[in-house]
Design a protein around this ligand. Structure first.
Ligand code: HEC
Length: 121
């Protein structure tokens, strides 16, 4: 069981590392791929890297709001608060709280996923 947890944790950590590096290597606008903005490959890693510290697992800093699973995240897709928070429109508190805004590409990918029906894909 511990071994499986370790593997799962490694996958999560490695995927977020990979994502960060991609941001450094391809920072220029116009390289943002929104055509395959799936939950598992794009959205979940963004949430994991930027939001899960407060909104994931047993974290308490996120006011009890859990965004590190599809069902939890879908609630905030449906009520519009996810997009309002990351676009920092002022309608709801700007997210990520006390950190830099997500990149335009990350916001575009999350938006593309929502526009495609916010599927658990
Ligand atoms: C440092 C901790 C922290 C981080 C990181 C963080 N949040 Fe939050 N988030 C909060 C807190 C605290 C609240 C409750 C704020 C309130 O209602 O005043 C909240 C509320 C929210 C809400 C509900 C809006 C509402 O009505 O208050 C959404 C949606 C949300 N966060 C999304 C995100 C997303 C998406 C990310 C990552 C991009 C993120 N958060 C990162 C702490 C955090």
């Amino acid at each position: 069981m511990k071994f499986i947890c370790l593997i799962a944790l490694s996958i999560i950590l490695l995927s977020s590392c990979y994502y960060d590096k991609a941001q450094l290597i391809y920072p220029a606008a116009g390289t943002c791929d929104t055509t395959s903005a799936n939950y598992s490959t794009k959205v979940a890693p963004i949430i994991s890297a930027n939001c899960a510290v407060c909104h994931g697992g047993t974290a308490t800093a996120g006011a009890g709001i859990k965004l590190d699973n599809y069902t939890g995240l879908k609630i905030y897709v449906g009520n519009g608060q996810l997009l309002n928070s990351i676009n920092q429109t002022g309608v709801v508190p700007a997210m990520p709280l006390s950190a830099g805004k997500l990149t335009d590409c990350e916001i575009s990918q999350i938006t593309a996923w929502i526009n495609a029906g916010a599927l658990n894909n």
